[in-house]
Design a protein around this ligand. Structure first.
Ligand SMILES: [Fe+2]
Ligand SMILES: [Fe+2]
Length: 178
């Protein structure tokens, strides 16, 4: 049994607040991609989908004169760092296993290298799957952050992912954490 379902993560007010800021439709699509890629790469789907759903919870709103300022964002953004910490706190609060919470937080920390000095990161499979899922849903100019989704469809898609993750668990496709 999983300690925490994706639905429990999704409905938490902290998740709702920050995903509405960074783009709910993007977060859900990335979680769906993460499920597909986790099956393909033999990664724990439970952790991959949670990390993917929460990967952008660290976003701040970079506004100048009432408009999103992409340069300001590029220059000052640390959303992966902030998101990793915020997601970790939330997961522990709702009863997630401590080791799982750490693996999810590190995958969020490394989902982008945009804030890091130039260089190549050696990603573990879980981290690779989450970054791949994010990339798969990216649109130019950050448009993926502005796509919308209604609450009913969002909940249906989260529940459908939970069923698939439970199915993977039942098949014992993954026993280890990453
Ligand atoms: Fe991101
Ligand atoms: Fe993203």
């Amino acid at each position: 049994m999983r300690n925490v379902t994706l639905e429990e993560v999704f409905i938490h007010p902290i998740t709702q607040k920050y995903l509405k800021r960074s783009g709910m439709a993007h977060a859900i699509r990335v979680a769906e991609y993460a499920f597909e890629f986790s099956v393909k790469h033999n990664v724990n789907s439970d952790l991959a989908t949670k990390a993917a759903l929460l990967h952008d919870v660290g976003h701040y709103t970079w506004y100048r004169d009432g408009e999103w300022d992409y340069d300001l964002y590029k220059e000052n953004d640390i959303h992966a760092i902030k998101g990793a910490s915020r997601a970790h706190k939330l997961l522990i609060r709702i009863g997630e296993d401590r080791h799982a919470a750490k693996e999810i937080a590190v995958a969020i920390l490394l989902h982008t290298d945009s804030y890091l000095p130039e260089g190549h990161l050696e990603l573990k499979p879980l981290q690779y799957v989450v970054s791949l899922a994010d990339e798969a849903d990216e649109e130019s100019g950050g448009k993926h952050h502005y796509r919308t989704i209604n609450d009913v469809e969002a909940m249906e898609r989260i529940r459908s992912l939970d069923k698939k993750i439970d199915g993977m668990k039942a098949k014992k496709q993954f026993n280890k954490i990453i």
